[in-house]
Design a protein around this ligand. Structure first.
Ligand code: ADE
Length: 243
């Protein structure tokens, strides 16, 4: 997969590209990550990419021309173009999977300043937000989406490493422990030391349901349950009422 990021600050991505799993993915060739400064496409004689809003108001808006021309230069037939904006669809794990499955080339456009000239929206396929808050620019959003995608690509981390992640089965991940077996009087649950795979699987499923029920009940509303899950959920509700 190739990810092209259109940004006024390509240097923002230097440590992202040179650190840990993302660096390894780039070295292996699992992904190609290109950052392009769209200022180089401006036709403004002072090299400006922004201007004041028509009709008045505070702040500066990104002009459509530099971004549209940059897009024309980098877009291929199979590119999927995403505009990073707080007005977009809120990003989630399933979208990361969809992008991996459906697209060979993603273009992520990062804004800055007060926003974009509305007409930029005619040149993109989709608008995406990383949450209901406003950032100074789209760079952190582009990094977030790229990171979530890259770790799902073949050969980056093992499939098993992300199969049990939070959200992968519509639930938050179960509690995990490592050595020491006891720390500051707090013990690792006995069952995880038992070596009994089926009991461990059941415990993890139930604790995954419990965590989701307590922290993100909204996730359960959208989900279908197996018979086993229904039973665990009833037990959790009962256990909760006894508390
Ligand atoms: N740019 C500014 N805020 C943003 C957000 N929440 N998501 C994506 N891009 C943004």
């Amino acid at each position: 997969m190739k990810i092209t990021i259109l940004t006024l600050f390509p240097e923002f991505f230097d440590s992202f590209k040179s650190t840990s799993i993302i660096r390894k993915a780039l070295e292996k060739g699992a992904v190609e990550l290109e950052c392009i400064d769209y200022r180089q496409y401006t036709l403004d004689k002072h090299n400006h990419v922004d201007d004041t809003p028509c009709g008045g108001g505070v702040g500066m808006l990104l002009m459509v021309q530099p971004i549209a021309d940059c897009l024309k230069a980098v877009r291929q037939e199979d590119s999927h173009v995403i505009l990073l904006t707080p007005q977009g669809k809120v990003f989630h794990q399933k979208m990361a999977h969809d992008y991996v499955q459906r697209y060979e080339h993603l273009i992520l456009i990062c804004g800055h300043y007060e926003g974009f000239d509305e007409r930029i929206r005619d040149y993109v396929d989709e608008e995406v937000s990383i949450g209901d808050f406003v950032l100074t620019g789209g760079e952190i959003g582009a990094m977030t989406i790229s990171d979530a995608i890259i770790r799902l690509l073949e050969g980056v981390i093992t499939k098993e490493s992300h199969e049990d992640d939070s959200f992968e089965n519509g639930l938050l991940e179960y509690p995990q422990y490592t050595r020491p077996i006891e720390y500051d009087g707090k013990k690792v649950p006995e069952i995880l030391l038992s070596g009994h795979h089926e009991n461990i699987r059941k415990w993890r499923l139930k604790e995954s349901l419990r965590k989701t029920y307590i922290r993100r009940p909204d996730l359960l509303e959208k989900r279908a349950f197996t018979k086993e899950e229904k039973q665990f959920l009833n037990e959790i509700i009962e256990e909760n009422q006894k508390k």
